[in-house]
Design a protein around this ligand. Structure first.
Ligand code: LLP
Length: 426
């Protein structure tokens, strides 16, 4: 048997067939149909462990950012390794609970928390609320008072890392809706400390996603560190420094820092530091642990372009349509034909913006061929919708030479659940 690495750990060609760990992916497609998301347990665990290892020398807590991939089996995988969770809704809290996650290791971020959501999180006894505005402080204090509880909080501070110097940060931070502006930070803390049902125990920031350079992290951490020191001088007893997520991955030819390099930079930027560093990684833990499998339905040559029409669409994987982002595409059965053609890989959805890849050089494919859209483990299924009344895909977790369906494909009944036709339309 000949084995060939793909560049994605745990994804390899054996005898020209793409495998995830020891499972031929074609076998998964046979069992579940397509489109289907497939994740590697070993890849998830390896990412979690190597991040934890990189920070082993300092007090830290890895709170996996649930929004990146919220499948219960993925959450359980991290919960079993001792991970905490970063949530942005009571829906995500519910998922963490259902997955058996430790609720005392949950941090709750987001600009628009509702009183009901906050109450659920208080009752669950979460570790930390990352508060993003003065209005939210007031609301949280009121809800905590009604519940007879004290909420542990950090303020999310927008460190205003100059997007001019770092244009690859997608969020122009000055204009960003997130966090409290650095200029208002000290005042906001002074307000927070006077609420009777809030306990100020931390400082939080998150500067953006898919960062493939350490410089913006350095800038942000230096500013945050200065603020931390100022707050300590002002008498705050801060215990948790939440530095958010955002570390990028390789989709194409990016060279993101390793966890070791990332950790070294964080630790160096903060030292000396003896309190707990909270991390909120999403993409860097799950992104390259998953693929979207899709089957070619038709080829269409319009004279202008060649379209490869597949059974996955923007409702399954939104990133190319929404951000114009690049996702590598591999043939599940490698061919010896080295001749490539330039094609658009598109789905069945009725939008010109429905594409998985544009002007992509691919080996010749035929109807029925299986394609693997790589790096689809983060913000893939999590951003899927039912547009065009398309059932959302199945999800599968590979475990060595075995695999399990961890979410069945939706049925048409699922799609109309909750809808009713009023009697006056009889
Ligand atoms: N913490 C906070 C407060 C966040 O807002 C995010 C992501 C994370 C942690 C996790 O960031 P990560 O480590 O995954 O970069 N849908 C986009 C990404 C949106 C990220 C939103 N916030 C995409 O597909 O690229």
């Amino acid at each position: 048997m000949t084995a060939l690495q793909t560049g994605w750990p745990y994804f390899s060609y054996r005898d020209s067939e793409l495998h995830i760990e020891d499972v031929p992916v074609a076998q998964v497609a046979e069992a579940t149909g397509t489109p289907v998301y497939v994740y590697s347990r070993a890849a998830l665990e390896e990412r979690f462990d190597s991040l934890a290892q990189a920070f082993a020398g300092v007090r830290h807590l890895v709170c996996y950012s649930v929004k990146a991939n919220s499948n219960l089996a993925v959450l359980r995988t991290f919960a079993r390794r001792g991970g905490g969770f970063d949530i942005v809704s009571a829906g995500e809290l519910y998922r963490v609970e259902r997955a058996g996650g430790d609720l005392t290791k949950v941090v709750y971020s987001g600009v628009g928390k509702s009183p009901e959501e906050v109450r659920a999180a208080l009752r669950a006894g979460i570790l930390l609320f990352n508060v993003e505005s003065l209005g939210e402080l007031e609301m949280l204090d009121q809800v905590a008072a009604r519940e007879g509880r004290v909420a542990s909080i950090a303020l999310r501070i927008n460190p205003d890392v100059d997007p001019q110097t770092h244009p690859y940060i997608a969020t122009g931070l000055k204009k960003s809706k997130f966090g409290v502006p650095m200029a208002q930070a000290v005042d906001a803390y002074d307000r927070a400390r006077h609420f009777r049902h809030l306990r100020v125990i931390g400082l939080d920031c998150h500067i953006g996603s898919q960062l493939v350079d350490l410089a913006p992290f350095c800038d942000a951490l230096q500013r945050i560190r200065d603020l931390w020191d100022r707050l300590i001088r002002d008498g705050y007893e801060l215990k948790l420094l939440d530095i958010g997520g955002g570390l990028g991955i390789r989709y194409r030819d990016e060279t993101p820092p390793s966890f070791t390099e990332y950790a070294a930079t964080v630790i160096r930027s903060l030292q000396p530091f003896s309190e707990t560093i909270v991390l909120e990684p999403g993409r860097s833990l799950v992104g390259n642990a998953g693929v979207l499998l899709t089957r070619v339905r038709y080829l269409k040559d319009t004279g202008e372009k060649t379209f490869v029409i597949v059974d996955a669409a923007m409702n399954d994987l939104l990133r190319p349509s929404l951000y114009g982002s690049y996702q590598e595409i591999l043939l599940v059965r490698a061919t010896n034909h080295h001749e490539k053609t330039t094609v658009d890989v598109v789905g069945p959805v009725c939008e010109s913006g429905d594409f998985i890849a544009r002007d992509r050089e691919l080996p010749r494919v035929r109807p029925g061929d299986l394609l693997a859209v790589m790096s689809a483990g983060a913000y893939g299924f999590a951003m899927a919708s039912n547009y065009n009344t398309r059932p959302r895909a199945a999800e599968v977790l590979v475990n060595g030479s075995a695999f399990a369906v961890v979410r069945t494909r939706e049925t048409y009944q699922d799609l109309v659940r909750g809808e009713t036709i009023p009697s006056w339309l009889d």
